[in-house]
Design a protein around this ligand. Structure first.
Ligand SMILES: [Cu+2]
Length: 268
C-alpha cells in the first residue's frame, strides 16, 4: 500500500509541472490564448499561475522550441506580481543557476529586465539588452550580416528575416567549431530524421538554436551572450549551406570611456 502511495506521489511530481498544457505549448496559439491555457492548467494543478509558470520554465531543456513564447509571457507579466520578493528572488536564482538550461536562464533574465530600472536586483541592473537583425540574401546562400559585436553577458534578441525561397536556420556555436558543426549538418541530409530535427546536430558546442525559418518568414532567437570574450560563429546547417552561410559574433569586453590620469612623476 505504502509503495502504491509513494509511487502515485512520485508520478504526480513528474506530471506536474512538466505534464501537458496543450494550449500553452501550442506553436500556433496567440499569446492571449496561451495565457488563458496557463491559468486553466494552473488552477487544475491548484497552483497560482505565476508559480505554475515558473516551475515549467525551470524545467525547460536546452534549445526548447517554447523558449521564445515563454519568454514573451515572462517579459509581459504584470510587473507588480513579478516584483514580489519571493518571485524576484526565484527569478534571480534561476538566472544565476549555472546548472539550469540556458533557455530557462534567458526567460528569467527577460522577466528581470522588464522591471523598472530602480526595482531591478543589483546583479542585473547594468545588463544591456539588444536586438540584432539579420536577413538572408535571396539566391545567394548567405546572410546579409557577416559580423556583429556584443558585450559579455548581455541579453540578445537575434531576428532572422528570410526573404529567400529556401528554408534556413541559424545556430550560434563555440569558437572554432564552424566546420565541425557545418559538416555534422551536411551529414544530417542523408539521415531520415534530419529534416525533422531541422538539421540541428546533437553537439555540446552548439550554444543557441534557431530552427528552420520558412521562406518569407522571420523568427527570433533569444540568448545570453557568453561571458568569455572570443569570436563565436553563427551558421546555417541546412545541408550544403554552411560554407557560405555563416558569420561571426564577437564578444568584446567594454572599452573604457575614460582614460585615468597619469601618475605624477616626482622630480628628482
Ligand atoms: Cu541556409
Amino acid at each position: 500500500m505504502l509503495v502504491v502511495w509513494t509511487l502515485s506521489i512520485a508520478l504526480a511530481g513528474c506530471m506536474n509541472p512538466q505534464g501537458d498544457c496543450v494550449g500553452l505549448d501550442s506553436p500556433t496559439a496567440s499569446q492571449s490564448e496561451r495565457r488563458l491555457a496557463l491559468d486553466a492548467c494552473a488552477s487544475e494543478g491548484k497552483q497560482k499561475p505565476l508559480d505554475y509558470f515558473l516551475d515549467r520554465v525551470a524545467h525547460l531543456a536546452a534549445h526548447d522550441r517554447r523558449t521564445e513564447s515563454y519568454g514573451d509571457i515572462a517579459a509581459t507579466w504584470n510587473v507588480e506580481e513579478l516584483e514580489q520578493e519571493s518571485i524576484s528572488s526565484k527569478l534571480l536564482a534561476l538566472y544565476k543557476d549555472e546548472t539550469a538550461s540556458t533557455d530557462a536562464r534567458v526567460i528569467a533574465l527577460r522577466a528581470l529586465l522588464a522591471f523598472p530600472l530602480e526595482k531591478r536586483p543589483t546583479e542585473v541592473r547594468n545588463i544591456a539588452q539588444l536586438t540584432v537583425e539579420i536577413s538572408t540574401i535571396p539566391s545567394q546562400m548567405t546572410y546579409d550580416r557577416k559580423e556583429f559585436s556584443v558585450a559579455p553577458g548581455c541579453l540578445v534578441q537575434l531576428v532572422l528575416h528570410n526573404p529567400d525561397a529556401l528554408e534556413h536556420n541559424l545556430l550560434l556555436v563555440a569558437p572554432n567549431s564552424l566546420a565541425e558543426i557545418g559538416i555534422a549538418g551536411d551529414r544530417m541530409g542523408q539521415t531520415p530524421d534530419g529534416k525533422l530535427k531541422e538539421f540541428v546536430p546533437d553537439s555540446k558546442r552548439i550554444l543557441a538554436v534557431m530552427g528552420l525559418v520558412p521562406a518569407a518568414k522571420s523568427k527570433s532567437l533569444w540568448f545570453i551572450a557568453p561571458s568569455k570574450p572570443a569570436t563565436y560563429p553563427y551558421v546555417c546547417t541546412y545541408p550544403g549551406h554552411w560554407r557560405t552561410m555563416n558569420g561571426k559574433m564577437k564578444v568584446v569586453a567594454p572599452v573604457p570611456t575614460t582614460i585615468p590620469a597619469p601618475t605624477p612623476v616626482k622630480s628628482p
